[in-house]
Design a protein around this ligand. Sequence first.
Ligand code: C2E
Ligand code: MG
Ligand code: MG
Ligand code: MG
Length: 281
Amino acid sequence: AKRSGTGVALYDSSRHADSSGHLALVEELRTALTTGQLVLHHQPQLDVATGRPVGVEALVRWAHPTRGLLGPAEFLPLAEVHGLMGALSDEVLAQAVAQAAAWRRGGLPLRMSVNLSASNLLDAALPGRVAGLLARHDVPPESLVLEVTESVLLTDPERSLAVVGALAGLGVTVSIDDFGTGYSSLAYLRDLPVAELKLDRSFTADLLTDPRTEAIVSSTVELAHRLGLHVVAEGVEDEATLRHLERLDCDTSQGFLHSRPVPAAELETWLSARPAAAARP
Ligand code: C2E
Ligand code: MG
Ligand code: MG
Ligand code: MG
């Protein structure tokens, strides 16, 4: 729990506002981190043009001993405020890279996307740990995608930029998640060494019904391509939307249409049920 000065301040102020149940959950989360209760679910990402799976996004869940499987919204804010996000992300990264390595050994060279949080980007030692992890598991840096949101960069843009720069310097793909919902999208596209943009789900959802959304998506794909970026649409839930994304030249599709996030074994079953399974270098 040794975090930045900001983290400590947040810890203290929120502590007073907390109910005791809230604090109990924090202690349980501390325990969860060291007892294997945090698990990853994986959601496939498909090449829009070919329909082939090209990667997965790892999404964390907490297999709580009494409350059941908790989603990230139920514990990530707590982890961030109580200085546990560094440890949580280390655990997520370790599991994700190990899984990517196992899939590679099994002939499934899927890209692995992992979400980072605000405090991760203030941690100047993170790029070194990521490099060590990749080397230990013999996973090429290009196979790891690290997703950051625009809001995550706002805490301390200068420090965050340095960390993002170091991660990109390793050869890791940096992706802007929930693109379009932040405040300075264009400045980030210009200034950050990003290689991928993930269109926020709200744009995907309204693509077919709102002409203004359609104009934004169409122009964003074009802009991204002119900048040499790869575009992922999140939250794709129906065929008609997927077909329209294809017309707009969007590269990759992710959403419930293909699969919900599922445990690794279930993803393997899903993959093997597909004719043109992941044989894409
Ligand atoms: P995100 O990175 O934007 O992840 C996509 C979220 O949208 C996931 O929710 C996923 O289940 C959901 N989703 C995917 N396809 C669809 C769809 O077609 N329709 C709808 N309605 N939803 C869809 P989830 O797993 O609850 O994660 C929520 C957020 O929590 C993530 O948003 C991400 O910001 C954060 N998160 C998840 N795992 C991690 C993690 O390991 N570390 C960090 N720092 N953040 C994480
Ligand atoms: Mg994400
Ligand atoms: Mg997202
Ligand atoms: Mg989102």
